[in-house]
Ligand binder design. Structure first.
Ligand code: 5RP
Length: 222
């Protein structure tokens, strides 16, 4: 089974977490795109979706799925029932690295506004320690060199993502070579730097459930 076939299986499995009459938070990336395509089969059952990026909003709209602004959604409901998204890495405690697609800030906001985060990944994303995948940090451009210096002090090799601007108008610094032994501490430390919008460690907003695609089928990790 190819990686894409495993992604397809977890995307379809995530539909089981979509409840009728609710607003669904939807992530960004190739696995999330497969979920959006599957969600189209349930579009008449849900109120709509909140998108974690402009790209996701366009894909949802293309299927005729109503897209709600998060602030409008939270005037209708106390929280979104579920947030469904992929990840670049996950560890045994369901901590995640996200932001390969650069949508980490909106992803973290929508995850925080949701009762449950269902993470849809294939088995290649499983790691013992986060850090093999470069850690994305969304940064206000003025703080670029400040954040580069702090990333280096943490033992990383920071690289500005070339030619990329986030949906919020900021830059991404990808930090290579980190071995992240305490995800929550590093998430907090980086987020405390002025000019950091957020970083791609999802420890506070870790997954509640990971659906992991394998050649033998989908494994549910709770
Ligand atoms: C985007 C993300 C994605 O969830 C992550 O990059 C995984 O993407 P894919 O499903 O394409 O492997 O965090 O910002």
């Amino acid at each position: 089974m190819t990686q894409n076939e495993m992604k397809q299986k977890v995307a379809e499995a995530a539909l089981a977490y979509v409840e009728a009459g609710t607003i669904v938070g939807v992530g960004t990336g190739s696995t999330a795109n497969m979920f959006i395509d599957a969600l189209a089969t349930k579009k008449n059952d849900i109120i709509g979706a909140v998108a974690s990026s402009e790209a996701t909003a366009q894909r949802l709209k293309g299927h005729g799925i109503p897209v709600l602004d998060l602030n409008e959604a939270l005037k209708q409901v106390a929280s979104l029932s579920v947030y469904i998204d992929g990840a670049d890495e996950f560890d045994g405690k369901k901590n995640l690295t996200k932001g390969g697609g650069g949508a980490l800030t909106r992803e973290k906001i929508v995850a925080a506004a949701s009762d449950k985060f269902i993470c849809i990944v294939d088995e290649t994303k499983r790691v013992d320690h986060l850090g093999a995948f470069p850690l994305p940090i969304e940064v206000i451009p003025m703080a670029c060199e400040l954040v580069i210096g702090i990333a280096k002090k943490n033992g990383g090799e920071p690289k500005v993502r070339a030619g990329f601007t986030t949906d919020n108008g900021n830059i991404i610094i990808d930090v290579h070579g980190l071995k992240i032994t305490d995800p929550r501490a590093l998430e907090d430390e980086l987020n405390s730097v002025p000019g950091v919008v957020t970083n791609g460690i999802f420890s506070h907003q870790g997954a509640n459930v990971v659906l992991m695609g394998t050649p033998d089928g989908v494994i549910t990790i709770e």
